[in-house]
Design a protein around this ligand. Structure first.
Ligand code: ADP
Length: 477
């Protein structure tokens, strides 16, 4: 697998959770799997040993000093690409302000290093690439490396975690990525005069997957296809939807070390302790313990649908309810949440930033969990919420639609403030009925979205792609 982030090393979003938990689960199913990741400045690497280099890593006409290290996590080797010129910076994809002008080179370096791992350290039958940052791999294999004997018969799977991020660069950057104009046509990586790496990856991969069945359907339509719906329809036979699993060793109220009291479906008493603790932490009054508490943990981007909450904020004024939100991202949404908290200090508290323990405390302390996403490839927080007894209120899209039903939460279809307000009011009405509420919570807590089933689906897809793969270890460090 090749990806730009993975827990426990570095995380900005759901991709990291997937690349941190799917490989160990595949391993338990008998797959041999290794992962290649950048070694960013901010990465936390528990233990590692150097395995290759320092040596020049060629990307186009330039070479960068690089060294490969391996760190084993739950019996899976994670190869970390130490290449200070491109990865030793503040920020993964952009600096705190502005942009990195050389992301095409940075992630080309990741892909080149991954191919080096496949050549020298971990022979592979399948290169499973995640998102545009790894999409150069199938592009190289179908172009400049098409005749390279090291990769003859090697299959590629590209998993799209979010079609909204495509890796688009100017045509003159082709050479900088080690590519020539042969890929620059509408049937491959060209898109409206630019180079689109995700598009090229979708065109070049043996199979494509995305992270829920509903999203796999949706992205074949103009509304959700981010202008690649035509290509995705063409590739429909090779397009799969496999729901992300969650790691219940990390997200489990029975054992979670971050929360004020542990609890379970059999004994919910700890949840009230968590709620009181959360209110206190966020500076909300103790009396709020008697009101329903809505939780939000999210990146603050247009995708997440908070413009609907902005329009439906009247519900927070008129209803007896509190809200805690944790997130960071676009200034516009950060300002909205700040001003909401300023207008309703007794009811609303917000923390701008990234805070892993607090995200657990919000799941544990909240009664409801709000995700009004415009689109949501899979979404993890609603699945965590189920296990924590925080009843999800979600827009019926992508993975939210696939994981929540009327026995576990509240869904609305229409992307409108009115539909959101109606779903919230329905949830608040249900909360007023303790028996009904308890049933919703317990139904959700009993759901099992662990990786086992989804990892088995990936393993099935790998077998379909490479039926002749030889069993047994392939490592040769
Ligand atoms: P996405 O990948 O689009 O951000 P997901 O729901 O798939 O959305 O995954 C988000 C992951 O990132 C979850 O594990 C969530 O807890 C975490 N997360 C998002 N924002 C924050 C934040 N501000 N602080 C802590 N964790 C966050």
């Amino acid at each position: 697998m090749v990806a730009s982030e993975a827990t426990p090393f570095i995380k900005t979003g759901g991709l990291a959770d997937v690349v941190g938990s799917l490989p160990p689960e595949l391993k338990t199913l008998g797959q041999e799997v290794a992962v290649v990741l950048p070694w960013y400045r901010g990465a936390r690497v528990p233990e590692s040993r150097p395995v290759l280099g320092p040596a020049p890593l060629w990307v186009g006409q330039s070479s960068y000093q690089a060294r490969l290290h391996v760190s084993e996590v739950r019996a899976v080797p994670y190869y970390l690409v130490e290449c200070p010129e491109v990865f030793d910076r503040d920020g993964l994809y952009s600096p705190p302000e502005g942009q990195f002008p050389d992301n095409h080179v940075r992630f080309a370096a990741l892909c080149k290093a991954a191919l080096l791992v496949a050549r020298r350290l971990f022979r592979t039958d399948i290169l499973h690439c995640h998102d545009w940052q790894a999409a150069l791999i199938p592009i190289y294999l179908r172009s400049v490396l098409a005749r390279d004997p090291a990769f003859l018969g090697v299959k590629t799977l590209l998993t799209v975690h979010n079609l909204g991020y495509q890796g688009v660069f100017a045509k003159y950057e082709l050479a900088g990525m080690g590519l020539d104009e042969s890929i620059f046509h509408p049937g491959f990586a060209e898109f409206l005069g630019d180079v689109n790496l995700l598009k090229g990856g979708i065109a070049a991969s043996d199979a494509i997957s995305t992270v829920s069945r509903a999203y796999a359907r949706e992205i074949q339509t103009p509304d959700y296809g981010c202008r690649l719906d035509g290509l995705l329809r063409e590739r429909a036979d090779a397009l799969y939807g496999i729901l992300n699993g969650v790691d219940y060793s990390v997200w489990n109220p029975e054992t979670d070390p971050h929360i004020a009291a542990n609890y379970s479906a059999a004994d919910l008493r700890g949840k009230a302790v968590c709620k009181a603790d959360l209110l206190k932490r966020m500076g909300l009054p103790g009396e709020a313990a008697h009101r329903p508490l809505i939780g939000i943990v999210s990146r603050f981007t247009g995708q997440k649908g908070f413009d609907l909450l902005e329009e439906a904020a009247g519900v927070l004024h008129s209803e007896d309810v509190s809200l805690v939100a944790l997130g960071a991202g676009e200034r516009r949404y950060e300002d909205f949440f700040r001003s909401l908290a300023a207008h309703l200090p007794e009811k609303v508290a917000v923390r701008i930033g990234y805070d892993d323990p607090l995200s657990h405390q919000i799941e544990a302390g909240s009664d409801l969990f709000l995700m009004p996403s415009r689109y949501e490839p899979c979404g993890l927080n609603q699945i965590y919420s189920l296990r924590y007894g925080a009843v999800p209120v979600v827009r019926a899209t992508g993975g939210l639609d696939d994981t929540i039903d009327s026995s576990t939460g509240f869904k609305f279809e229409d992307y409108s403030a009115r539909a959101l307000a109606a779903a919230l009011r329905a949830a608040l009405a249900a909360y007023a009925n303790p028996g009904e509420w308890r049933r919703l919570m317990l139904n959700g807590m009993a759901k099992d979205y662990s990786w086992r089933k989804s990892a088995a689906e990936y393993a099935g897809l790998y077998r379909r792609l490479a039926p002749e793969s030889r069993p047994g270890p392939k490592t040769s460090t």
